[in-house]
Ligand binder design. Structure first.
Ligand code: ATP
Length: 350
């Protein structure tokens, strides 16, 4: 089975090819388990880089309009080079249906419908946040992990129960990456700010900032205001970056630990672009180690937005017969992970 994936929820115009020789392993109840080392993933991405400020939805959509056809063409050429029989070069087209920026999603949806109809293959509508979770579950081989999605526009804990990924806890305001990016814009750094916070924090001394966890939810707006005030008051920016990392990531680690405890699960996977931060991974690994849980973080190209995770989940959905009719394939900028009926896991899984 070979699947084309298309991603373009915000900044990454990306297309990928996921190929497996063992599609049965993608279905539960077949007695087979996926072998990520044997499966093949090709990813072609073209990132949008704002000249100034953060992501401008109109500029991002203009980028998608020109970059998505190009990355799709490259991915299809790759698929064609691996194709050695009759019939279409891919067996299905998976695309990010949401959440994300509406104008960008519409371009991705149009591209996916057009390729699927041209090749006469099924369309697979993927929830971007569930894809962040599932790529970690597929690569780790974990059975039923809790997932911390720490991305630009989102921050939440997901756990599987009764046919859906339930939101166990989430940010009450901005996503974690967007919060870091807002601070770095304030101090005059270009987008994206997260990697620059990580680099600067290495030379900084911890500064205390507000820590806001309420039950299973958390908030970043107060800490970002306090960080901006510190910068305006002349506190060295590397020190603030060190304080930001320690505080924000400790909040995420606390809620992740509580999610493990409440669900009784001993497996944690990480998803999202902020997961590229080594300090976050270190704190989560340490927390898991202390409670005897297993921790898995995908490699960076599968953490940040990428079409590889879309194609890989699309393959599971196709194996489960979970295809999408073109006339029902509208995109959804507010598509929550708990709206997705998880068709690709067995009915007996809890
Ligand atoms: P979503 O998946 O919610 O749609 P997104 O589209 O913004 O999010 P991602 O690629 O998941 O995209 O994450 C991008 C975010 O990751 C940006 O906010 C960026 O600053 C942040 N980021 C990237 N690298 C690092 C790092 N090393 N440390 C901290 N944050 C980082």
């Amino acid at each position: 089975m070979r699947i084309l994936g298309i991603e373009g929820t915000a900044w990454a115009a990306s297309a990928a090819v996921f190929e497996t020789d063992d599609p049965d392993a993608l279905r539960s109840g077949t007695g087979r388990t996926p072998d990520p080392a044997a499966d093949h993933v090709f990813i072609e991405s073209d990132p949008y880089q704002p000249d100034s400020g953060g992501i401008h939805p109109r500029e991002a959509a203009e980028h998608m309009g020109s970059a998505v056809p190009e990355v799709v063409e490259t991915a299809l050429e790759h698929a064609a080079a691996r194709h050695d029989g009759d019939g279409p070069v891919v067996d299905g087209v998976a695309f990010s249906r949401g959440p994300g920026l509406g104008p960008c999603l519409r371009i991705v949806g149009t591209a996916a419908r057009s390729v699927a109809q041209t090749l006469d293959v099924p369309l697979l509508g993927v929830n971007h946040m569930v894809a962040h979770l599932e790529i970690g579950r597929y690569q780790s081989g974990f059975d039923s992990p809790v997932c911390l999605n720490a991305s630009g526009a989102n921050a939440h804990l997901l756990g599987y129960h009764n046919g859906r990924y339930r939101v166990l806890g989430e940010t009450m305001d901005t996503g974690v990456g967007n919060a870091l990016d807002k601070f770095t814009r304030h101090v005059g750094w270009t987008h994206p700010g997260g990697p620059k916070v990580e680099a600067a924090a290495a030379d900084g001394d911890y500064v205390e900032l507000p820590y806001v966890v309420k039950g299973m939810d958390f908030s970043f707006s107060g800490i970002m205001s306090a960080a901006k005030d510190e910068a305006d008051a002349g506190t060295p920016v590397p020190d603030i970056c060190a304080g930001l990392q320690e505080t924000v990531f400790a909040m995420l680690a606390e809620v992740a630990e509580r999610a493990l405890s409440l669900t009784g699960t001993d497996e944690l996977v990480l998803g999202g672009g902020v997961g590229q931060n080594a300090r976050l991974r270190e704190m989560l690994a340490e927390m898991c180690d202390q409670r005897g849980a297993k921790f898995y973080a995908p490699e960076p190209r599968f953490l940040r937005d990428n079409a590889g995770m879309i194609a890989a989940l699309g393959a599971r959905m196709l194996a489960a017969g979970d295809t999408l009719a073109v006339e029902e394939s509208t995109v959804d900028p507010n598509f929550r992970p708990d709206q997705v009926a998880v068709t690709w896991r067995g009915a007996d899984e809890s």
